[in-house]
Design a protein around this ligand. Sequence first.
Ligand code: IPM
Ligand code: MN
Length: 356
Amino acid sequence: MKIAVLPGDGIGTEIIAQAIRVLDALELPFEMETALVGGAAYDAHGHPLPDATLKLAKDADAVLFGAVGDWKYDTLERQFRPEQAILGLRKNLGLFANFRPAICYEQLVDASSLKPELIAGLDILIIRELTGDIYFGQPRGRRTAVDGHFSGAEEAFDTMRYSRPEVERIARVAFEAARKRSKRVTSVDKANVLETFQFWKDIVTEVGKEYPDVELDHMYVDNAAMQLVKAPKKFDVVVTGNMFGDILSDEAAMLTGSIGMLPSASLNASSQGLYEPSHGSAPDIAGKGVANPLATILSAAMMLRYSLNQEEAAVRIETAVKKVLAQGLRTPDIFSKGTTKVGTVEMGDAVLKALA
Ligand code: IPM
Ligand code: MN
């Protein structure tokens, strides 16, 4: 089982270190190799996704990814910015299906900004299409406007687009996932305004006919954003495009108490996957030893489950995490009165102890 480990920037290195300790403790035959990615790779090699890093990722069964980005790279030409590394990995490995579960752990109901009764027992799965949409559509760029009221002015543009096979395959992933859960799919679109998403909605409806046992409904993205904070437990599987999924998954993350708790998996057609926490590199707390490593540790569990076929080990990790939460240990992002505040390494220590 070959794992490419890409810690990245900011808190990436700190949280990945804890996930590695947990993986090591499982004593399974992993071959782990680490490489630079993001700003760290740009500093060392002049590119956020060096060829050697991409090759390592391609040759691995799974990629364990930390986070990339720092404000200091914001003025670089876009192709050199750290974010291009994760986008490049997704595109080059064909990681079109992004799973972002939002589970509210019983012990963390009070850490959410929402009322406990709204989120207790919450378990939703956001499935975000990850290699299409306005993130990758061409053409894009800047030019001088040739028509309209502002003709002659400078303008910028991106292209929102989806092809039929792209929508069909992500719809199937969603219906299959729903079959293993409570058999409900909500497809989120903006069909009332955007042609791309009327197309999306039509195709999801068509594919849905192959899954008569799964209940399908459609929701506009603005309404979905509202319903997510109004009555989040009404959702089960949510399937949506790349950009809406980016936004809604951050929102869903906060329902659970902290984005520091949420793992994610990005899979291609052959179950090769990239696993990363749903949060970013958090440069404001980097190096302080306070970042929550649990999202990354839980991402490692997803990796064991989806790409390495080690369900038992995945459950072991998840159980250990629950145990640690039950003991009242909290990094600052999930701290509340009556619990014990710990740092990144202490949290790792606790998970290791709970594993044993
Ligand atoms: C995410 C991130 C990325 C995205 C950025 C870093 C490119 O926000 O994984 O959600 O927008 O997809
Ligand atoms: Mn995001």
